[in-house]
Design a protein around this ligand. Structure first.
Ligand SMILES: Nc1ncnc2c1ncn2[C@@H]1O[C@H](COP(=O)(O)OP(=O)(O)OP(=O)(O)O)[C@@H](O)[C@H]1O
Ligand SMILES: [Mg+2]
Length: 261
C-alpha cells in the first residue's frame, strides 16, 4: 500500500503547491486522482517518485510510505527498484531510439531484462511487437503512449502511476488505453491513475480523489463520485440540462468558482 499523508511541497523555496495532501493506494487497486490544470497532480507524482529535486521542489511536511516503509527521502532509482514506476505526462519516449531500445531503458534498474520481460510487454502490445525495430518518433500518438506504458512495465512495478495517459488521444484509443490499464491491474499491479478525463478514470477505478489547489477536496468510491452532482458538473461535463460542456469551459468556470472550500 502507498500512503501519502499530509504532504506539503514547495517549489523554489517559496511556491507552496501541495498543502496537506493525503491519499492511499491499497495493493491491487486502481485509484483515480482527479483535478483541474495546476491542481498539483504531477507534483504529487514527482514527490512519490523522488523526482521533486529535479524541479527545484522540496517536501516540507508530511510523509510518503510504501509497503510500510518511508520513501520520501529515497532517490528515484531505489524507488523504482522498490516497485513504483511512472508513465510521465506527455508520453515521453526517446524519439531517436527504436521501440526495443526504448523498452530497454525501462529496465535500467534491473541488470539486463530477461527475454520474458520483453515478451510480456509485446504480448500486451502486439502493435509494438510488429514495430520493435522502428524508430519511436515515427509511431502514432497512441502507439507512443503504449510504448511509454510498456517501458514502465519493463521495471516490473508493483505500483504503476500514470499521468494523464488519455490526454490528446482519440476516443477509440482512450478506450484501448483504459482496457490496457485494466489488464495491467489484473496481473496484480496497483495503479494510481491521474486524469482529467474523470469519466474514464472513475469507470475503472475503485476509489477516487479530487484535488484542488494542492489538497483533496472530495474522495469516495468511484460509483459515489460518478453520481455526485458537483463531480458531474465540473468533471464529467454534464449539466443539469444534460447538455455537455467542453472541458475548456468547465476549466474556466472552475477557476472562477471554487465549488468546495
Ligand atoms: N518546477 C516548478 N517550479 C515552480 N512551480 C511549479 C513547478 N512545477 C509546477 N509548478 C506549479 O505547481 C502547480 C501545480 O502544478 P502541477 O504540474 O503539479 O499540476 P497538475 O495538476 O499536474 O496540472 P496539469 O493538469 O496542467 O498537468 C502549478 O501552479 C504549477 O505552475
Ligand atoms: Mg500534470
Amino acid at each position: 500500500m502507498l500512503e501519502v499523508s499530509n504532504l506539503e511541497v514547495v517549489y523554489n523555496d517559496v511556491v507552496l503547491v501541495l498543502r496537506g495532501l493525503s491519499i492511499e493506494v491499497p495493493d491491487g487497486e486502481i485509484v483515480a486522482l482527479l483535478g483541474a490544470n495546476g491542481a498539483g497532480k504531477t507534483t504529487t507524482i514527482r514527490a512519490i517518485t523522488g523526482l521533486l529535486g529535479v524541479h527545484e521542489g522540496d517536501i516540507t511536511k508530511g510523509e510518503i510510505s510504501w509497503q510500510g516503509e518511508r520513501i520520501d527521502e529515497d532517490d528515484p532509482s531505489s524507488i523504482v527498484r522498490s516497485g513504483i514506476t511512472q508513465v510521465m505526462e506527455g508520453r515521453r519516449v526517446f524519439a531517436e531510439m527504436t521501440v526495443e531500445e526504448n523498452l530497454r531503458t525501462g529496465a535500467y534498474t534491473r541488470k539486463g531484462a530477461a527475454k520474458s520481460v520483453y515478451d510480456r510487454v509485446y504480448d500486451m502490445f502486439p502493435a509494438l511487437a510488429e514495430r520493435r525495430k522502428d524508430t519511436a518518433g515515427y509511431l502514432s500518438g497512441g502507439e507512443q503512449q503504449m510504448l511509454a506504458i510498456g517501458r514502465a512495465l519493463m521495471a516490473d512495478p508493483k505500483l504503476l502511476i500514470l499521468d494523464e495517459p488519455s490526454l490528446g488521444l482519440a476516443p477509440k484509443l482512450v478506450q484501448q488505453i483504459k482496457q490496457i490499464i485494466v489488464d495491467i491491474n489484473e496481473t496484480g499491479v496497483s495503479v494510481l491513475l491521474i486524469e482529467q478525463n474523470a469519466n474514464m478514470a472513475l469507470s475503472i477505478a475503485s476509489f477516487g480523489y479530487i484535488m484542488e489547489t494542492g489538497k483533496v477536496v472530495m474522495d469516495g468510491n468511484s460509483g459515489k463520485l460518478l453520481n455526485d452532482e458537483d463531480v458531474q458538473e465540473f468533471y464529467l461535463g454534464l449539466h443539469g440540462t444534460g447538455e455537455r460542456k467542453s472541458f475548456r469551459d468547465v476549466k474556466h468556470y472552475k477557476r472562477r468558482k471554487r465549488w468546495l472550500s
